[in-house]
Design a binder for this molecule. Structure first.
Ligand code: 13P
Length: 263
């Protein structure tokens, strides 16, 4: 198998923060901060995941100002259209130039009872509409104690990829639940120890080439001060950032990790 260079992906999951006007302000400031720093676009892919109600505004701004950020949504419906009040179809997201959609975030699993079966159905819905699913997996503190770090995320990813066609374009995000929003990130070594088996699941389910091309991200209390450590690990290809993605200077510094990675 030929060696594949994976473009690092730095993704900002805004969760339920920022209305559409605040979203525009943040995207403009982030763009200016990166331009001021003479950041080289293309060395890193940046993706933003605003709330649904911000997507149209952010899409318009990105297109008008030729900003090189990719757009993603935080969730989608398993259905394509119909009598599903409150749901958002992947079709609508594709029409708004979304490239990505987050699937199975632990907050959806926890607060909306999303099961592995729902996550698998949403993964297929995303692919059906040409969206790249960012499939989130991760263990709770209790899982960690009982089963170790990788068993639960591996099982969750196996379930999410059930029936997905070989070669599918996906992103995997390893987000230990105990690390999210806690200020207590996993160590780079801990992240690597789970991201490597997750890549093996992709190889098993989607084939070796897909596994070599798939970005596996780490998420959970990523900030400007710890991103470089994660990015040095061979199986960590980027980060899914929550809180720090709402702070322009912090997120710009995370995007510019290559400047402080020391390699
Ligand atoms: P924090 O970066 O705030 O810990 O959130 C991580 C996360 O859940 C991203 O999806």
């Amino acid at each position: 198998m030929a060696a594949v260079t994976r473009t690092p992906l730095i993704a900002g999951n805004w969760k339920m923060n920022l209305d559409h006007q605040q979203a525009i302000a943040l995207v403009q400031k982030l763009d200016w901060a990166l331009k001021d720093a003479k950041h080289e676009n293309g060395s890193v892919e940046v993706a933003l995941f605003p709330p649904f109600t911000d997507l149209r505004s952010v899409q318009t701004l990105i297109a008008a100002d030729k900003i090189s950020f990719a757009l993603g949504a935080q969730d989608l419906s398993v259905h394509d259209s119909g009598a599903y009040t409150g749901e958002i179809s992947g079709q609508f997201l594709a029409k708004l130039d979304c490239r990505y959609v987050i699937i199975g975030h632990s907050e959806r699993r926890q607060y909306h009872d999303e099961t592995d079966a729902v996550v698998a159905a949403k993964t297929k819905a995303a692919l059906r509409h040409g969206l790249v699913p960012v499939i989130c997996v991760g263990e709770t503190a209790e899982d960690l104690e009982k089963h170790g770090a990788s068993a639960v995320p591996v099982a969750q990813l196996e379930a999410a990829l059930e029936g997905v066609a070989p070669g599918a374009d996906i992103v995997v995000a390893y987000e230990p639940v105990w690390a999210i929003g806690s200020g207590q990130a996993a160590t780079p070594e801990q992240a690597q120890q789970v991201c490597a088996p997750l890549r093996a699941v992709v190889a098993d389910k989607l084939g070796a080439d897909a596994a070599a091309a798939t970005r596996v991200l780490y998420g959970g209390s990523v900030g400007a001060s710890n991103i470089a450590g994660f990015m040095r690990e061979p199986d960590v290809d980027g980060a899914l950032v929550g809180g720090a993605s709402l702070k322009v200077d912090d997120f710009a510094a995370i995007i510019r990790f290559q400047k402080h990675i020391g390699v």
